[in-house]
Write a protein that binds this ligand. Structure first.
Ligand code: ADP
Length: 634
């Protein structure tokens, strides 16, 4: 009697969910088992290419399904690589994809999500079976083993008889209930339709003995009533041709989407598919998809990019990261090329010239597809942008500008123009004749930027402003430097360069006249600002903060929010004052008559400017005291 072993805790939980599953698509168990069988065959087939001892040719490999109605047992067997005793123990005793459980609680209504999003592999068998038996003989080993389990209580492993290498899985089906007829899974029509539905592109034949009724010879005539006899024949149920090898004209959008849903475990429709067939310097078939939503872990370090890599139809790598640049890491799909050597190792692949050519060509293809979407289907592109725009902007920033030519036309920003998302091309096409720069303003949100005092004069001139709401935006813009010969300019830039020559001359005179007062304000604020200046940009507000140098106020805020911000990077702040505002005249009079009060006013104005910018104020208590004092003395 074999010893009963316990499942690992997580496996037990998953198993328990499977057994008590209320999931409506229990039928996916067949897909999961067939996929496992196909993976196992892939492994042995791959070996057979370099190892004569395997003794099987491509056509010998197959998955076989058998329904034993009498014993209510469904049998799925393969002549793949098989499992050793240890592998049976480790692979079937422990759930492989434990990450899928990690974020879920034990609420049964959550079952559906897990199954829908991840697929649950082998354990899904327990949705339909009360007992599962796995007989397996690993390639290269003499002894076969039987793994057996009736569910959460545990499993046993013992030696068994099995002639050929491979795995046979027997599902002793659950008893029918009022809602569920498990016996249906023994019906040939049911099995046929499930294979077509879920496993049609499995590259190895999925075979089954199929019974057909034929008219018995000599019957069915005028004199002899019809009699039928049953013939059986082994048939292949799947079409096997990989979707990407078919002609585009033969494939419907539905088929493309279905393939995506099943292969990449995303139950949303993809935004678009790209089916590329290329010959020339790099010969390959590629089937790529742009998802409509970012996966949950997309913007975390857990996410790994990559495409499946096939060499003439054999999977050689599941996630080949070298095929995708980081800025297009959201793309899912596969590449099949005849030019790659099958025996290539992961390390060699990184240096493979062919692979690099394919990657370059894919990058261009993806870019063109996105550009096409932007031009032809704005709504769709905006959905894309919402999900992955951040990644494109990071792409410009991270590559120290090397990717800017590739990515600049894909960028979108909010804008003062009808508060819509706009491209740089659109912005430039709308620029006024006398407008020298592409103006931008950075802040937390469109609403907050829209009321920033610094935007007043630019708007007043009728110039459009890009609203940069994400912290990476300004970094990306600085990396870009310009677009179409036009330079970017922040509305907060010291040299806004927006006035006419007459206005400039007038401004200079006013600045000279007030030079001493401005110096006094700067001194009053200690080292907090680099300078106090008259403002070219304010219309109705008394003051605002801007910056000299490369670090903007918004960047200072971004740096401050970063962990390990040891360097304490600060903007060189400039307090700008509006000479047309009544407050300015008040300051002038204080400068003449009450220097002490000028100091307090300077402090209050500076703090207010910080508040408007959404910056933290250094000493809230001191500020509050100053304002209170002012109110009391009013
Ligand atoms: P996954 O397929 O996601 O890895 P499963 O739970 O479906 O998870 O299977 C666990 C492991 O068991 C597989 O990764 C594989 O190593 C092994 N396995 C399952 N079915 C077979 C089979 N038919 N032949 C060989 N190995 C198998």
């Amino acid at each position: 009697m074999a010893e009963t072993k316990q499942f690992k805790a997580e496996s037990k939980r998953l198993l328990d969910m499977m057994i008590n599953s209320i999931y409506t698509h229990k039928e996916i168990f067949l897909r999961e088992l067939i996929s496992n069988a196909s993976d196992a065959i892939d492994k042995l087939y791959f070996k057979s290419l370099t190892d004569d001892k395997v003794g099987l040719k491509k056509d010998d490999f197959c998955i076989f399904i058998e329904a034993d109605e009498e014993n209510k047992t469904l049998i799925i067997s393969d002549n793949g690589i098989g499992m050793t005793k240890d592998e049976l123990e480790n692979n079937l005793g422990t759930i492989a994809n434990s990450g899928s459980l990690a974020f879920k609680n034990e609420n049964t209504s959550e079952d559906i999500d897990i199954i829908g999003q991840f697929g649950v592999g082998f354990y899904s068998a327990f949705m339909v079976a009360k007992e599962v038996q796995v007989r397996s003989k690993a390639y290269g080993s003499e002894q076969a083993y039987l793994w057996k389990s009736e569910g959460v209580e545990g499993y046993t492993i013992e030696e068994c008889e099995k002639d050929s290498v491979g795995t046979e899985i027997r599902l002793i089906l659950k008893d029918n209930t009022d809602d569920e007829s498990y016996e249906d899974y023994l019906m040939q029509w049911k099995i046929k339709s499930l294979v077509k539905k879920y496993s049609d592109y499995i590259r190895f034949p999925i075979k089954m003995e199929i019974a057909h009724d034929h008219l018995k010879e000599g019957t069915g005539t005028e004199d002899v009533p019809a009699e039928y006899e049953t013939h059986t024949a082994i048939e292949t149920l799947n079409s096997m041709v990989p979707l990407w090898r078919k002609n585009k004209s033969e494939i419907t959008d539905e088929e493309y989407n279905k393939f995506y849903n099943e292969k990449f475990w995303d139950y949303n429709e993809p935004l678009c598919h790209i089916h590329a067939k290329t010959e020339g310097t790099a010969t390959y078939d590629a089937l790529l998809y742009i998802p409509s939503q970012a996966p949950m872990d997309y913007y975390t370090k857990d996410f790994t990019k990559g495409l499946q890599l096939f060499s003439s139809g054999v999977l050689i790598m599941d996630k080949c990261s070298d095929l995708l640049p980081d800025h297009f890491s959201f793309v899912k799909g596969l590449v099949d090329s005849q030019d790659l050597s099958l025996n290539i190792s992961r390390e060699m692949l990184q240096h493979d010239k062919q692979l690099k050519l394919i990657a370059k060509s894919l990058e261009r293809t993806i870019k063109n597809e996105l550009k096409k979407m932007l031009n032809n289907d704005r709504e769709k592109y905006e959905t894309f942008w919402k999900a992955f725009g951040l990644q494109i902007k990071f792409g410009i920033y991270n590559g120290y500008g090397v990717n800017k030519e590739m990515l600049k036309d894909l960028l979108m920003f909010h804008s003062s123009f009808e508060k819509k998302l706009v491209t740089l091309e659109e912005y430039v096409s709308r620029m006024k004749e006398d407008q020298k720069y592409i103006y931008y303003a950075a802040g937390e949100s469109v609403a907050k930027i829209d009321v920033l005092p610094q935007t007043e004069v630019v708007k007043d001139k009728g110039y459009e402003i890009l609203y940069l709401t994400e912290s990476v935006d300004e970094f990306a813009i600085q990396m870009l430097m310009g677009y179409d010969d036009k330079q970017f300019k922040s509305v907060s830039a010291a040299d806004l360069d927006i006035d006419t020559p007459e206005e400039k001359a007038e401004f200079k005179k006013l600045a000279d006249d007030n030079k001493d007062m401005l110096t006094a304000i700067k001194d009053a604020l200690g080292g907090k600002i680099k300078e106090a200046r008259l403002s070219e940009r304010l219309k109705s507000h008394p003051c605002c903060l801007t910056n000299d140098g490369q670090i903007s106020l918004d960047m200072e805020r971004t740096f401050a929010a970063m962990p390990n911000n040891d360097q304490n990077i600060k903007a060189e702040k400039v307090l700008e004052l509006n000479a047309d505002h009544a407050m300015f005249r008040k300051l002038q009079s204080l400068y003449e008559n009450d220097k002490e009060k000028l100091k307090a006013y300077s402090e209050i104005l500076y703090t207010q400017a910080l508040l408007i910018e959404g910056m933290p104020i250094e000493d809230p208590l001191a500020y509050s005291n100053l304002v209170c004092e002012l109110m009391v003395n009013q």
